[in-house]
Design a protein around this ligand. Structure first.
Ligand SMILES: [Zn+2]
Length: 215
């Protein structure tokens, strides 16, 4: 492992921050380290810093830390892109559009596109499903069928709630009209209050109409 000198202030000169050994650090130059992300590797050469003679940990100086970090970032990006390419290959093999594949695995309308371009790492379950479908393309119809069934069940489960919400809204509308009717009858001595509540009603009405028109 390679770390940077964050807690160096609390240590004696040449004391190792990793194992605590004193008089253990010595400067190192031209060190090569392997940066590793998953099964991707890259050698980062000509690094400088200090190494511990006891636990063999290397501590990079700032410039070398930045270079090593950039190599790691590059590997992360390369892995995302490789995963995206793999998703795209399997999707095309299955004859699915990005939209169809998105409906199958979720991730929103642009999810598939973002995964394939390597902008975002595809979630593990999506990679697993595509890996499975790559090996057994005949499972696609089952997967699509299961997905359709799940969606239908979700839709059915949502139905009673929709009805309840509608009834709730209707009751709220009824309460509102009772309120405004009594308001106009009972407060003749406060024209300001009346005007304000009237304005509120006017502001509310078009929204109510729009809501009703949507259905
Ligand atoms: Zn050490």
């Amino acid at each position: 492992m390679t770390t940077t000198h964050d807690n160096v202030a609390a240590l004696a000169p040449r004391q190792c921050p990793a194992c605590g050994s004193r008089e253990a650090l010595a400067p190192v130059k031209n060190v090569s380290l392997r940066a590793r992300v998953g099964d991707l590797e890259q050698t980062v050469a000509r690094l400088t810093g200090e190494a511990c003679g006891v636990c063999e940990e290397t501590f990079l100086d700032d410039a070398s830390s930045v270079r090593y970090g950039e190599a790691l970032d590059g590997l992360v990006k390369a892995r995302r892109e490789a995963e995206g390419e793999e998703l795209k290959r399997v999707r095309k093999k299955l004859g699915l559009t990005q939209r169809d594949a998105g409906l199958l695995v979720g991730g929103g309308p642009n999810g598939m596109s973002r995964w394939e371009r390597g902008t975002v790492e595809p979630p593990q379950p999506v990679r697993t499903l595509f890996g499975l479908l790559d090996l057994h393309p005949d499972l696609l119809q089952d997967a699509l069928g299961a997905n359709l069934r799940a969606r239908a069940e979700e839709a059915v489960a949502a139905l009673p709630q929709v009805r309840l919400r509608r009834r709730g809204q209707a009751m709220a509308h009824a309460a509102q009209s009772v309120k405004s009717a009594s308001g106009s009858a009972s407060t003749p001595l406060h024209p300001g209050v009346m005007a304000a509540s009237k304005k509120k009603d006017e502001a509310r009405r078009p929204a109510g109409k729009a809501r009703a028109a949507k259905r």
